[in-house]
Unconditional design. Sequence first.
Length: 276
Amino acid sequence: MTATEADDPSPFLVAASLSGAADADWARAAAPHVDAAVLGGIALDPASRAAARDLVARDRSEFLPADPLAWIRRQFDRLADAPLRPGANVRSATVGPVREAAAICAERDAVCEVNAHCRQPELRAVGCGESLLRDPARLTAYVTAAAETGATTSVKVRAEVPGVDLGAVADAVADAGADWLHVDAMDSEAVIEELTADRTAGAASRPRHDLTVIANNGVRGRETVAEYAAYGADAVSVGRPSERPPALSRVADAVAAWGEGELLDGPPTTPAEAPP
């Protein structure tokens, strides 16, 4: 699979992690349509695992294997012959397990995605997910630890978090070694344009301009892909539609058209596609 290589400018499609659902079987089902699939999220350390158990207690689906690092290895091994690039979305209240997970990813040419996205109170309370957006020192420490292993390092972030300057976050994680910025636009699609505007080459460019920006949220077909493309995204991702083959096929066709230069010239003037 070449579409997600760092030196390949072609737009690509990612199946985004779904708690308790995004495993190797899920990725194989999506493989005919996507270029990459991010498994997880997977809680790595005692604090994040305790939070995940609390989520399960209130009926949220979570992965809670006895050994989360071994789980990542097993899932990747099951995808060794799949025509996509795997990744793992990881949660941790401490940096060490992130480094260990990233080392596994590096061995298998997989993506290690630092989760600065989940907004459940249980995860935020232990310093995981969205709370990292307000703690740039910890977030950049995670990114540095992952990047130093040689793994392609993604950071999943969320727009519309009060008090968070997402542009500053993007610059910080880029400086720390991140390769991808996976942005849940939260129905604020124009945030992608804010992150990608005025990309320039050379020393004058902002650190974030070296990031591959993946737009997430509401991607359902040609019009929504065209909108994100017009805002400057390098790729798009789908969450729940990754479990719906007709929707996934529709998005894949749109991404292929994007790569061929056949999408609309700007954001759509008609409403976005209804969810499948």
